[in-house]
Design a protein around this ligand. Structure first.
Ligand SMILES: [Zn+2]
Length: 126
């Protein structure tokens, strides 16, 4: 299976931007973000691009006060993990004060930019 068939991470970002995100699913219902050639859980090599919902559930989040290189102009910011169907994604939680969110809250998936202009997966409350 090549990157052309599985889609690389850039293809994933483009799909998010177009509102039609996908992830790679193995025959045993393990889901991963690209790029992947092998399922890390079961070792399956038949990974198929499948659509994922654009609305997910917030699983955890944390506020970053001291940012890593490249995110200096974004701090403080909130990074989060949300589940979209069976796939979990990490992204920036935007458009809400972190004191006002709850685990389980619904968020929408979007492609946004950091202050430095890097494309990044973002979540916003519905
Ligand atoms: Zn698997």
């Amino acid at each position: 299976m090549t990157d052309e068939t599985t889609g690389g991470y850039e293809a994933f970002l483009e799909a998010v931007d177009e509102g039609e995100p996908f992830a790679l699913a193995c025959p045993n219902e393990h889901w991963w973000l690209p790029p992947r050639r092998i399922c890390p859980t079961c070792g399956a090599t038949e990974l198929t691009p499948e659509p994922v919902p654009t609305v997910g559930a917030l699983e955890t989040y944390t506020r970053i006060e001291i940012p890593p290189p490249g995110f200096g102009d974004d701090a403080p910011y909130t990074t989060a993990v949300a589940a979209f169907g069976l796939v979990k994604m990490t992204g920036l939680l935007r458009g809400v004060d972190p004191d006002d969110v709850e685990v389980g809250q619904q968020v929408t998936l979007s492609l946004e930019e950091t202050a430095a202009g890097e494309r990044v997966v973002a979540f916003r409350p519905q």
